[in-house]
Design a protein around this ligand. Structure first.
Ligand SMILES: [Fe+2]
Length: 448
């Protein structure tokens, strides 16, 4: 009997074709500020995987893009990121380039615009792949010979300098992770190897005005998992010391202050900022990760917490801000690392499959008032991306973009909400003729 795998079914099922669709149908009016590309990455196995062993994080990457300008949705494209394996599966020539340590992986986790280029990115040792504006693969990138090793799926852009800060990990580096700072021209200007407690999986980081925040939590590379043939060799470790590290941006690894925290796992912080000598970090906290559910993240409800990381006391004080399950937290990119008021996340609910969660709505948090608004959907929602109405408009004066699956059409819509009318009528809806499988992360890449 073939086994089933929820990450290969419903709107998680991979699509099998690449599409180019021009002049998409739009309901409502697309704001003129939306001149650029909405991009989103996600796993989409290029060849059918074994459902018994498929891990959601390991599917080959497919980037989806919608180009908009002048009130029109010009095109939708979806393209596999052509690692050597993907190119071979498609019967195409490879795109040779600076692959490192044999880690030629088709990045499936995020897609960013930086220094006028587009990069599909992933963690755990592989380098970014550069894409064209129309999502065709250029090849693996080492940022012009400046990136020593692999990268991360979650760099943080300083809104003042435009630089990308990153914490990258790779089991082959042993008990250390790597901090990099990449300038606005796309060249790495600072590299610092930071000792940590083990061969840890650190999915994301926080940035403040003074620090890179390192989440050294108990998901570590497991020789046992490798021996078992697992495609995703990271497991929960009950014996691992859970810590948060503050790496001064103007210092070195020797200057990191470590603060203990109760064991848990954080894929994604919402945002963080300096407060006196401490750091306030809002994070989505999972009680555990990859302890028993080994094919995707599902070890209890992920809730929104505020962590006060106090280097003087050497500890983290945590407070639940919202105990409803949620993930994919985002903020206005202009407030990254700064005091902020509004955050957005996808609401997580229990799906039909035992032990499998799905996203079913979007939530907007007002963290100053302690209130929130929830917009539910019959189909699933994706990560919410905020685009300001004007460069200097107030924090929630702008638009929230998210891909929503419409089960009736079995296709996806790009929803455009005004953030100040979060549960009201959409400003616009871009109707795609195809579905976009649930995936991970994306960004709005404005025209220059
Ligand atoms: Fe992520």
């Amino acid at each position: 009997m073939p086994q089933t795998n929820p990450y290969l079914e419903g709107n998680n099922a991979p699509v099998t074709t690449e599409e180019t669709v021009t002049e998409l149908a739009v309901t409502g009016t697309l704001p003129s500020v939306l001149s650029g590309r909405y991009l989103r990455n996600g796993p989409n196995p290029v060849t059918p995987p074994d459902p018994a062993t498929y891990h959601w994080f390991t599917g080959t990457g497919m980037v989806h893009g919608i180009r908009m300008d002048d009130g029109r949705a010009r095109w939708y494209r979806n393209r596999w990121v052509r690692s050597a394996e993907v190119a071979a599966a498609l019967g195409e020539p490879a795109h040779p380039g600076p692959v490192v340590e044999g880690m030629d992986f088709s990045p499936n986790t995020n897609v960013i615009g930086h220094a006028g280029r587009t990069y599909a990115i992933v963690e755990a040792g592989a380098r970014p792949y550069e894409l064209t504006d129309e999502l065709d693969t250029v090849g693996p990138s080492d940022f012009g010979g400046t990136l020593p090793g692999g990268y991360t799926a979650h760099p943080k852009r300083d809104p003042d300098t435009g630089e990308l800060h990153a914490i990258s990990y790779y089991w082959g580096w042993g008990n250390q992770v790597q901090y990099t700072r990449t300038d606005v021209d796309g060249r790495v200007q600072k590299v610092d190897d930071v000792p940590v407690g083990g061969m840890v999986s650190i999915h994301d980081m926080s940035l403040t005005g003074r620090y890179a925040v390192i989440y050294d939590l108990p998901v570590v590379f497991s020789e046992e998992a490798v021996a078992e043939g697992s495609s995703f060799p990271y497991r929960w470790d009950d014996d691992y010391e859970s810590r948060v590290g503050l790496l001064p941006l103007d210092g070195t690894a020797d200057d990191v202050t470590w603060c203990n925290v109760e064991p848990c796992y954080v894929f994604h912080p919402m945002n963080a900022h300096d407060e006196g000598d401490a750091v306030v970090a809002d994070v989505v906290r999972h009680p555990k990760m990859f302890a028993t559910h080994l094919i995707g993240p599902d070890e209890g409800a992920p809730v929104l917490e505020r962590w006060r990381v106090d280097p003087a006391a050497g500890k983290v004080v945590t407070e639940v801000l919202d105990d409803r399950a949620q993930e994919y937290p985002r903020v206005d990119e202009r407030v990254v690392g700064r005091p902020y008021r509004f955050g957005y996340a996808a609401v997580v609910t229990r799906g039909d499959e035992p032990g499998f969660d799905v996203t079913s709505g979007l939530v907007k948090h007002d963290l100053t008032k302690g209130t929130s608004e929830v917009r539910g959907f019959r189909g699933g929602a994706g990560e919410a991306i905020f685009v300001p109405a004007q460069p200097d408009s107030s924090e929630d004066d702008g638009y929230v973009l998210s891909l929503i699956y419409d089960p009736d059409r079995q296709a996806s819509d790009l929803l455009v909400l005004h953030a100040q009318d979060f549960i009201g009528d959409p400003v616009a809806t871009v109707h795609l003729p195809v579905r976009v499988p649930y995936g991970f992360h994306g960004n709005w890449v404005p025209d220059d």
